[in-house]
Each structure stands twice: as structure tokens, then as C-alpha cells.
Design a protein around this ligand. Structure first.
Ligand code: NDP
Length: 394
């Protein structure tokens, strides 16, 4: 067992997977300190791993000073942020103040504005450099593995990539009429927002769910796939040279979209405070309280996920397309770590990113996105740690 201390913040669905996977790699991660807003949820995760070295504690991750105290107290070698995107900046600031490497899986969002972008996290690059530490942004599946797939395609298959489509299919069935597979508030904000893609140097907005295509997902079949804005596109347009277009598609069933539309029409997706019988409530937060807790969906979800990228470009003067994708099975994931595949496919890459930082295999000072590093070692780890992938030429 190493003398490393790994501080994991947040104790939801993704955190459960990260903790299980860090314990499977205990020679790298050493002692795990699991800290979150509700300590009971940390203790529930700890109870699943009775032989592991895990300490649990309360933290309010909106409070930078409290975070600084905790990081110093436990002498953390790395902070894995799997709380919510609202906490990214406070946790990054605490890492800067204590010179501790940082990793997250989703980019910063302000609670009062359904808009996500890297601006404020990238703006901390100079401070990370000054503190001599690395911040790895978006080390989940998408963002995360999808960025690594793009870097891998660029390194091994193309002289230049012209177009990328990121294709995200969750064909899992949890048996509820309506539920979200990860934090309902974050999920519903993402899918009810305008669509957006990038072409010839410009961002093009679409109405929500305006652009649809049918894609045949290996091991799943044909599914309606809708164009959404997704955060990895913002960094990929910067880092994949020669790119002319990038789009992101996600599958949704008709029932899910009908529920969403109804909820939107009656104002339940609102993120501004309203008054109800003298009490102030945010409709979206109230809805999240009513919906099934995503971390309880694992036990009842059947089916598969398939997330990948299709890249088209030029190699040795010839135009070609490749498809790199990963398929996970909800029930298999649950058997291994008590979580469904959406949390699994996010938590495993978070652990891998942290492992590569602690091993010094991905190194740097400043704030980085996933595609900026050598993809080969990450791709090898995916095969070893439960997310085997496939490549085919189209
Ligand atoms: P959950 O809602 O299940 O878990 C979030 C956890 O963070 C909860 O334990 C919650 O506490 C805790 N938390 C919230 N606010 C605070 C706070 N102020 N202080 C301390 N802890 C806090 O979310 P998920 O596990 O589904 O998602 C975790 C992250 O992963 C999110 O950022 C999400 O956007 C991201 N994600 C990324 C994906 C990717 O592929 N890149 C895909 C899916 C998710 P409490 O238990 O009290 O509610």
C-alpha cells in the first residue's frame, strides 16, 4: 500500500465507482478520504468496501476555506472532484492554495445560469502554473474518453481530421416512466438547452432537439440521436488541428422527450426561484427531489451504453472515416461496483486520469484538457480497467 492520500469529493453515483476503482488500484491511491455534503452517503460507500483504507468526513465544497483546511489536514496528494459542476471553482481554488493536483469530470456551471463553458477554469491556468500543479479537466467519458478517442484518431489514423461526430447512446431501461441516469438537475439542464455545433470556425445554434439522425450503434441497433451542445467540443476545436466541423449527438426515446416537453411546458425545468405558499422553491430542484435518485437505478437497469466518435479526414492523400467506440453493459457494471453504466463509464476514466497523474505518466503545470496528453497510455488503461473499446474503418 502506498503512502499516498487520495481525497475524493462528492458521494453520488460517479463517486461510488471512483472509490471502488481506486480501491482496486490501492497500490497507487493509498488511503482514500471520501468527503461530501451528506456524510451518511460516504459511509454507505465505505461499507461496501470493508477491507479498504477509507476515511469519511463532511465537507461543504462551496466553502473554499473549509476545503483548504481539509486538504491540509489529510495531506492530500490529489483531489478528485466528483461533486457537482457548481463546485469546480471553489475546489480548484483550494487546490491552488495548497498546491495539490486537481481532477474533475464536468465543466463549471453557475447554479443560476444553465450555461457551461471552460472560460473560468481555463482562466486559472496561470495560478495552477504558479502553484506548480496540474489540473485535469473533464476526465469522465464525455467529456473525457471521447477527447482521448479524438487524440488517438489524430495520432494514429489521420494527417488531418476534418469532421468529428460524438455519438452517445444509452439503451438502458430502468423500468421507471421517467428518470435521469445522473444528477437530474445537471442532466435536464443539459438536454433542455439549445443545440449547438461548430462548423468552419463558427458556433451554430439550433432549437433544442431540432436536428435528429438515426445511427446504428454496434451491439445496440438503430436509435434516434439528437444534436446537443456538449462541453468537450469547446476544447476539441482548440486542440484538433484542421477541424472543419464537430457535432455531438445523444439518443433519447420518445417517452423521455414527451415527459421532458410536458415538464418544460408547465415550468418544472425552471432554475429561477419562485414562491409557493410562502416558501421559495426552484422548480428544477423540486423536480430533482421527486425523481428517483440516480444512484438507486443501478439495481434495476438492463441494457447497454455505446459512446464513441466518428472521425473523417485525410491520410496519405486519401479520405477515410473511422469509428472508435466503447460498449458497457448496465448489469455487468452493477455486478462489479453497485452502479449502472453511466456512472461506471464516468468513474473509471476519472480514476484512470488520477492514476496517470499520480504515476507521473501525464504530467504538466497548468490546466489541461484530456486531448492534450498522449492518448496511448490512457487507451491501454481503458482496456485494463473495464472499458474495452473497438475501432472500425467505415
Ligand atoms: P450525484 O448528484 O449523484 O452526486 C453528487 C455528489 O456531490 C452528492 O454526493 C452530493 O451530495 C455532492 N455535493 C453536492 N454539492 C456539494 C457540496 N456543496 N459540498 C459537498 N458535496 C456536494 O451526481 P453524479 O455522481 O451523477 O455526478 C457527479 C459529477 O459527474 C457531476 O459533476 C456530473 O456532471 C459529472 N458527470 C460527468 C459525466 C462525464 O461523462 N464526463 C457523465 C455523468 C456525470 P449529497 O449526497 O448531499 O447530494
Amino acid at each position: 500500500m502506498s503512502d499516498i492520500t487520495t481525497l475524493i469529493i462528492g458521494a453520488g453515483g460517479v463517486s461510488r465507482v471512483v472509490v471502488h476503482k481506486c480501491v482496486q488500484n490501492a497500490e497507487i491511491f493509498g488511503t482514500i478520504v471520501l468527503a461530501s455534503r451528506t456524510k451518511k452517503r460516504c459511509d454507505e460507500i465505505k461499507a461496501e468496501l470493508s477491507d479498504a483504507k477509507i476515511e469519511t468526513t463532511f465537507i461543504d465544497a462551496d466553502d473554499t476555506n473549509a476545503l483548504i483546511k481539509l486538504i491540509k489536514k489529510v495531506n492530500a496528494n490529489i483531489v478528485i472532484n466528483v461533486a457537482l459542476p457548481y463546485q469546480d471553482l471553489t475546489i480548484m481554488d483550494a487546490c491552488i492554495a495548497t498546491s495539490t493536483p486537481y481532477l474533475d469530470t464536468a465543466n463549471y456551471e453557475h447554479p443560476d445560469e444553465a450555461k457551461f463553458e471552460y472560460k473560468e477554469q481555463w482562466a486559472r491556468d496561470a495560478k495552477f502554473k504558479e502553484a506548480g500543479i496540474m489540473g485535469l479537466l473533464g476526465s469522465g467519458f464525455d467529456p473525457g474518453v471521447t477527447n482521448v478517442f479524438c487524440a488517438y484518431a489524430q495520432k494514429h489514423y489521420f494527417d488531418s481530421i476534418e469532421t468529428i461526430d460524438i455519438l452517445d447512446c444509452n439503451a438502458g431501461d430502468h423500468g421507471y416512466p421517467f428518470a435521469t441516469n445522473f444528477n437530474p438537475e445537471i442532466n435536464l439542464r443539459e438536454v433542455s438547452a439549445k443545440g449547438r455545433y461548430w462548423e468552419n470556425g463558427e458556433w451554430i445554434d439550433t432549437a433544442p432537439m431540432e436536428i435528429k439522425m438515426i445511427w446504428d450503434y454496434p451491439q445496440i441497433g438503430k436509435k434516434d440521436s439528437y444534436l446537443l451542445y456538449h462541453e468537450e467540443m469547446e476544447s476539441l476545436v482548440k486542440h484538433i488541428k484542421g477541424l472543419k466541423r464537430i457535432r455531438f449527438f445523444m439518443t433519447f426515446g420518445e417517452s423521455y422527450l414527451t415527459h421532458m416537453k410536458c415538464l418544460e411546458n408547465v415550468g418544472m425545468l425552471g432554475i429561477k426561484e419562485i414562491e409557493h405558499n410562502g416558501t421559495k422553491i426552484v422548480p428544477m430542484e423540486f423536480l430533482a427531489t421527486l425523481l428517483p435518485d440516480p444512484s438507486t437505478l443501478g439495481a434495476r437497469t438492463k441494457g447497454k451504453t455505446n459512446i464513441g466518435i466518428v472521425a473523417t479526414g485525410i491520410k496519405d492523400g486519401v479520405k477515410k472515416s473511422i469509428y472508435i467506440y466503447q460498449v458497457s453493459d448496465h448489469e455487468e457494471c452493477f455486478k462489479e461496483v453497485n452502479s449502472q453504466a453511466v456512472s461506471y463509464t464516468t468513474g473509471v476514466p476519472a480514476m484512470i486520469g488520477a492514476k496517470l497523474i499520480l504515476e507521473g505518466k501525464w504530467q504538466g503545470k497548468g490546466v489541461f484538457n484530456m486531448e492534450e496528453f498522449d492518448p496511448d497510455i490512457f487507451m491501454e488503461e481503458l482496456n485494463k480497467q473495464g472499458l474495452p473499446w473497438h475501432i472500425k474503418e467505415l
